[in-house]
Design a binder for this molecule. Sequence first.
Ligand code: GLA
Length: 412
Amino acid sequence: MEPPVLKHLLPAIILGFVTYPPEVPGLKNGLALTPPMGWLHWQRFMCQTDCKNYPTSCINDQLFMQMADIMVSNGWLKAGYKYLCIDDCWLAPQRDKNNRLQADPDRFPGGIKKLADYLHDRGLLFGIYQDVGTKTCAGYPGSQDFYELDAQTFADWGVDLLKFDGCNCGTLEELEDGYRRMSIALNRTGRNIVYSCEWPLYARRETQVNYTEVAEYCNSWRNFDDIADSWSSVKTIMDFTAAFQDRLVPAAGPGAWNDPDMLVIGNFGLSWNQQVTQMALWAIMAAPLLMSNDLRDISLESTALLQNQEVIAINQDPLGVQGYRLLMAESFELWEKPLDGGSLAISVTNRQEIGGPRYFPLLRAVLWKGLACDTCYVTQLLPTRFEYGYFNSSRALPLLVNPSGTVLLRLE
Ligand code: GLA
């Protein structure tokens, strides 16, 4: 039986098609041609330096070595999550006598190089954190005045990715100049180091961000507030991204990605349907997939969701086009992402947080006009896998979407 077609769905509110293919080629270091995937400690572990009271969750070498072991043994590396990244609070309070950065000696007794070697020996890549200003956001020594020295130190240690934060940096000119200088300094080391910036997030308060320029210097960049382990946080990030998609989407492409912040799947704050929504939307948004969770203690369901190869393939699609919100109607949102070879990923999220699952009648006519197939083969990837078969223009496809959940489809 056909579900009732929602009366007010059409004419849909078409929120604007974006330029395709992307206009900006991105940082020419040849890195991050698909969105970086890995693990980053911040959201889950923050700046816990009290190893006496929090022996298993403080920021020390043990935490990263344990996470590395699990990334290899539990299928994370195989699934594509290859960067293991430290965030803030790894540093000693002072630089050494030669002004070189040094790790906290109690929490990283072997130093950073030893930790990087441990990860490399297991086939992982190593990410580190610093800040463009005088101090990091948590108050540790920043890179200002030391960009070249710090870039060389990171290269000497075997760093493969730098997250460069934007706290404590004086004027907008200093901030922008610092981001440019660190980019150039990293390239000059000759080592392949993915450059993850927070330039637009800190610059947006003062000016219109020049995304063309940001994409010339950075492999990825944060635009919006830090993610928290909550549905309201995930929603505000989706809403921000959609509200500014006309500027954000054209800036993204191979080597240059908008970063809506970490995946919080597997923590405490999101229901199952909300976890599905984050995974589906981060895939559609071509976001870096950097998990921040405790891989030592994560459910089988969250693991399967994060390791879902068909969903990851949408995120990692070689065309590298960021998806966009195409329409909103009756508390549904439809996003689409053009894929390599004329395929298309579609997500439908039910933003009505009262009542039960509701039908969304997907009509061929509302989708991207360039969709190559007249009769498309439709596979639902989330929340469960299901093959709908062929889908032509004459009939609506009834998608049943849970409250705060998402149905993710691939059409080819
Ligand atoms: C800022 C960043 C976060 C995290 C913290 C660390 O808030 O946006 O992602 O790196 O600093 O202090």
